[in-house]
Design a protein around this ligand. Structure first.
Ligand code: PEP
Ligand code: MG
Length: 626
């Protein structure tokens, strides 16, 4: 209301902004010109007239117009999951639906809604039966429960009785429920809100009579903005040959999931890929992060031949997965596994792991509905050590806070969680949590090789406090083969490595965080994370400083971020002198094979050259020509 000062203020209108004024028809003729004149005159305040630059500003800010990529176009994205894929494009974008706000009649709208809900339920039923994984089936059960939620359907019915259309009533209720959950700033509830919106859209599509564009019959390349967890649940790995996303980086959900499923993927390829016409043949190279639109026949043939060769190499690599990784000139590097749970450790060893290089203990904490007590933790750690049968276990102490909250451990909201109280900063503030974790670890280890490392260390004092805690506990619980180290994830820790190396037993470089903090790019940023490439020479410099410092004091260095499994990065990390690579279990055989193909002396020269480059792109180009 233009009569209310507080309402006018709450508009938050600023100089130069455009206002739209609406009036009742009866007064519009007089009121609108009077209001307009009053606003232009400054509403009683002295104002400078606006210079006529508004349009120019708008023009400067306008987004460049996107055009669909041409036939034969080569598009660069982020190499997210290795492998070569070809097939027709199947584009999945969130569609906008038009629907009337008012319904035809109550019985008709009720009937429409019932039918739509039944159809979606049926669709989910079919997907559930097709899904082999329990975790995926559980997502669908949640969706079915949401569809049947009486609170939701009651609210929708109330709106229908007020004359709204089924689509309008349904979406208003879903939107309000999702918003309410999102407003609680709880990661778990936010995920549920995403699920609610997901089923909300599916019912709406039914109501608007628009079924999903059917997927091609032959294996296709799925093109999406970003792949969310429930999209993945819907993926049929038999039919999805490759994944291409417009947004996201190598550590984004879509990338991690694609690697887990073994589907070649290129992510962060830019919004123009969403404009590719459905059915366009695509050739995707997940190793080099490249996409060719409608490739020429000979190009496709060459790529497919390379795919076959790669498949053969993989088979050969698998056959030798249990052998050590030694370069052609006799330099050995250890290949360990990253794990997040104690179950399945035997399978990890069978995939060739020479040890565990990163046990993400927060995932064990997250898998429990309440904080696991000391005994529960001890049993979990003991299971891993038993499965490793004498191989080393590198455990990271609880790394939560910031972007990784624990549902049962409320943490004050922060403006900048990645720069906030996370990792060691948090556990040092709650020493009883860290102490009980350390006790559980020491008890589980006994005389087996245990390496404990602390995440997010940026200051010498943090390391010393953590070490003091372990040393105190060691007096009560005896262990015979313990090493203590830190993760190098914060640039200050890398730069301080010459000092830290005098006191730690080892370093493990967490390239995911080290890259985000060095390049000042949020690793999950929707459009920038594609540039958060761990092969950036600035990140390599920090790894170089770390390795030199460690070796000068006879200490070892591992790399446990996603970069360690990047086939292009293996040569460089080896050349920089890294002693251990820790990767997802399914990558172990391939990383070992990569090492066996290399010459250490050559890799060292390559690493020196890489350090002199000016960008990650230049480093990758250098590696291409090796
Ligand atoms: C890293 O930061 O590289 C790392 C291994 O830790 P996380 O990905 O769990 O943060
Ligand atoms: Mg990290």
């Amino acid at each position: 209301s233009a009569k209310s000062l507080s309402k006018l203020l709450s508009l938050g209108a600023r100089r130069g902004q455009m206002l739209e004024i609406i009036a009742e028809p009866a007064i519009a003729g007089d009121a609108l010109p009077a209001l307009l004149a009053a606003i232009e005159a400054g509403l009683g305040e002295e104002v400078e007239a606006l210079a006529p630059v508004v349009e120019a500003v708008i023009e400067v800010m306008a987004e460049p117009e996107l055009v669909p990529p041409a036939v034969g176009a080569l598009i660069h994205g982020v190499a997210a999951a290795p492998g070569i894929a070809s097939g027709p494009a199947h584009i999945q974008v969130l569609r906008e639906f038009d629907y009337p706000l008012r319904g035809e009649s109550l019985p008709i709208e009720r009937q429409r809604l019932q039918q739509a809900l039944a159809n979606v339920n049926h669709e989910i039923e079919a997907l559930t039966q097709r899904s082999p994984a329990k975790a995926i089936r559980e997502i669908f059960v949640t969706h079915q429960e949401m569809l049947a939620d009486p609170d939701l359907t009651d609210e929708v019915d109330q709106r229908l009785r007020q004359g709204e259309s089924a689509a309008a009533a349904w979406m208003a209720v879903i939107d309000a429920a999702a918003r309410q959950q999102e407003s609680l700033h709880d990661a778990l509830l936010a995920e549920r809100a995403a699920d609610l919106r997901d089923i909300g859209r599916r019912v709406l599509a039914q109501l608007c009579g628009e079924a999903d564009v059917p997927a091609p019959q032959q294996p296709y390349v799925l093109v999406m903005e970003e792949v969310g967890p429930s999209d993945v649940a819907r993926l049929d790995p038999q039919r999805v040959a490759g994944i291409l996303t417009a947004r996201g980086g190598a550590t984004a959900h879509s990338a991690i999931v694609a690697r887990a499923l073994g589907i070649p993927a290129v992510v962060g390829a830019g919004d123009a890929v969403l404009l590719i016409a459905p059915g366009t043949p695509l050739l995707l190279d997940g190793q080099r992060g490249r996409l060719t639109v409608a490739p020429a026949a000979d190009q496709l043939e060459r790529a497919l031949a390379e795919r076959d060769r790669r498949e053969q190499r993989l088979q050969a690599a698998k056959a030798r997965r249990l052998e050590p990784a030694i370069t052609r000139d006799g330099h050995a590097i250890e290949v360990f596994a990253n794990i997040g749970e104690s179950a399945g450790i035997e399978a990890v060893v069978d995939q060739g792991a020479e040890g565990v290089g990163l046990l993400r203990t927060e995932l064990i904490f997250m898998a429990h509905p309440q904080a696991p007590d000391e005994a529960v933790q001890e049993a979990e750690y003991r299971r891993v050590l038993d499965g490793l049968a004498g191989r080393p276990l590198v455990v990271r102490t609880l790394d939560v806070g910031g972007d990784k909250p624990l549902p049962y451990w409320p943490i004050a909201k922060e403006e900048n969680p990645f720069l906030g109280v996370r990792g060691i900063r948090l556990t040092l503030q709650r020493p009883q949590v860290m102490e009980s974790q350390l006790r559980a670890l020491l008890r589980a280890a006994g005389d087996r090789p245990l390496r404990i490392m602390f995440p997010m260390v940026g200051q010498l004092e943090e390391w010393r406090q953590a070490r003091a805690m372990v040393e105190r506990l060691r007096e009560e619980i005896s262990v015979s083969d313990l090493q203590l180290g830190i993760m190098i994830e914060v640039p200050s820790a890398a730069l301080l490595a010459p000092v830290l190396a005098q006191e730690v037993d080892f370093f493990s470089v967490g390239t995911n965080d080290l890259t985000q903090y060095t390049l000042a790019i949020d690793r999950g940023h929707p459009s920038l994370s594609a540039q958060a490439d761990g092969l950036h020479p600035a990140v390599l410099q920090l790894i170089d400083i770390t390795v030199r410092a460690a070796h000068a004091h006879g200490k070892w260095v591992g790399v446990c971020g996603e970069l360690a499994a990047d086939p292009q990065a293996v040569a460089l990390l080896l050349g920089l002198g890294v002693d251990e690579l820790s990767v997802a279990a399914r990558s172990i055989a391939e990383v070992k094979a990569e090492v066996r193909d290399l010459n250490f002396e050559h890799a060292q020269k390559l690493a020196r050259q890489a350090l002199l480059q000016g960008s990650a792109g230049a480093v990758r180009a250098l590696l291409e020509t090796r």
